[in-house]
Design a protein around this ligand. Structure first.
Ligand SMILES: [Zn+2]
Length: 308
C-alpha cells in the first residue's frame, strides 16, 4: 500500500499502525480490538486496511477503544466504523462527555468553548456504546487500567498475553516532551502519579509501552521514557515555584506565556498558551494544597504568589 502508514508487529499478536497518535490492533478469533484510531484524511481507510490484513478479512466483532476523549485520538473512528460495517465504541466513564460532545471537549482542554479555528481540530463527536471501568476486561485478553491526569478518565489498555501497553497520552515520547516543555494534562500532578504508580511498574515488569505520540519502548528504554516524563513535571513545578518567588504575583496567563517561552521549543501561539494555561492551573492548585502558593486579586486578574 504506497503512502500508507507502516504496519508492524509490536509483540505477540499486537500490531502497530504508526502515526501520531499511534494505533494498536489485535485480532483473535474474529474479534478485533483497535485502540485509538487517530486522525487525518486517510487514517480511517489505512486502519481499516490494517484490520483486514491482520484479521484476514472483515472482523466479526469490532471494538474501538479510546484511551481518552481527545480529537486526535478519535477523529478517524467514525470513518473506521463505517469502513468495517460498524462496531462498539468503548471509552472510560469520565471521558464519555469528551468523546460525544465537542463543546465539553473544548471546555476541558482550553478552559472555554474556543472557536473551531483556534482549536485547530476537526469537530468530530461520536456515540460511546460501551462505558469502561478500571480493571474491566476487553476481548483478546485486554484490560483497562486507569491512568488519570491527561484527562480525568484517561485509561491505558494492557494486552496481557502479549505484554503490551497501549499507553495513549499517559506518557509522551521524549521528543514530544522536549518540544512542549509543559506536557499537556488537565491535572499535571495526577498525571505524574499515574506515571509512577501505574505505568512505571508495568515497564519494570517488562511490558512493552507504546505511547500515543512517540516510539515503542520496552525494558530499560520504557522505564527511562516514563521517568523523563515524571522529571518534566518536576521541572515545571520547580519552575513555577521559582518564578512565583522571583517575579510574583503572576496571573495564570502571564505564567503560561513565560513557561511556554522559557521551558519548551514550541512557539507561543494562542492555542499553545491556552493548553499550557490549563496544565499550569493544576500545578498552582497543587502548590496551594501544599501551602506553597496562594491566589491574590490584582487589576490584571487572579494572580498567584509564593507563600513564605
Ligand atoms: Zn490527548
Amino acid at each position: 500500500m504506497p503512502g500508507s502508514p507502516r504496519l508492524r508487529r509490536v509483540a505477540g499478536d499486537v500490531w502497530l499502525v504508526q502515526g501520531s497518535p499511534n494505533t494498536l490492533v489485535k485480532a483473535c478469533g474474529g474479534d478485533v480490538v483497535v485502540v485509538d484510531p487517530g486522525i487525518g484524511e486517510s487514517r480511517a481507510e489505512a486502519v481499516a486496511a490494517a484490520v483486514r490484513e491482520i484479521a484476514g478479512g472483515e472482523p466479526r466483532r469490532l471494538v474501538v477503544v479510546l484511551t481518552h476523549g481527545h480529537t486526535d485520538h478519535l477523529a478517524a473512528a467514525p470513518g473506521l466504523l463505517e469502513a468495517l460495517g460498524g462496531g462498539e465504541v468503548a471509552a472510560p466513564r469520565l471521558c464519555v462527555g469528551l468523546v460525544e460532545d465537542t463543546v465539553v471537549r473544548r471546555l476541558v482542554v482550553y478552559g472555554g468553548a474556543v472557536s473551531e479555528q483556534l482549536a485547530a481540530m476537526p469537530m468530530v463527536g461520536l456515540r460511546v456504546t460501551r462505558v469502561l471501568e478500571p480493571g474491566e476486561g476487553l476481548p483478546c485478553g485486554a484490560r483497562v487500567v486507569a491512568t488519570p491526569g491527561h484527562t480525568p478518565g484517561h485509561s491505558v489498555v494492557v494486552f496481557e498475553e502479549d505484554r503490551v501497553v497501549a499507553a495513549g497520552d499517559a506518557v509522551l515520547g521524549e521528543r514530544v516532551l522536549a518540544r512542549f516543555g509543559v506536557p499537556f494534562a488537565a491535572e499535571l500532578p495526577r498525571w505524574r502519579r499515574s506515571l509512577e504508580e501505574a505505568l512505571l511498574p508495568l515497564a519494570e515488569e517488562g511490558y512493552t509501552v507504546v505511547p500515543g505520540h512517540g516510539p515503542v519502548a520496552r525494558g530499560g528504554r520504557a522505564a527511562a521514557m516514563i521517568k523523563a516524563n515524571m522529571e518534566a513535571v518536576d521541572r515545571v513545578t520547580g519552575y513555577v515555584l521559582r518564578v512565583l518567588g522571583d517575579r510574583g504575583p503572576l496571573t495564570l496567563d502571564k505564567l503560561a506565556y513565560m513557561a511556554t517561552v522559557e521551558l519548551g521549543a514550541a512557539e507561543p501561539t494562542p492555542r499553545q498558551l491556552l493548553l499550557n494555561r490549563t496544565a499550569l492551573a493544576s500545578v498552582l492548585a497543587e502548590l496551594e494544597r501544599e501551602g506553597k502558593a496562594e491566589p491574590v486579586a490584582t487589576e490584571d486578574g487572579p494572580a498567584w504568589r509564593r507563600k513564605p
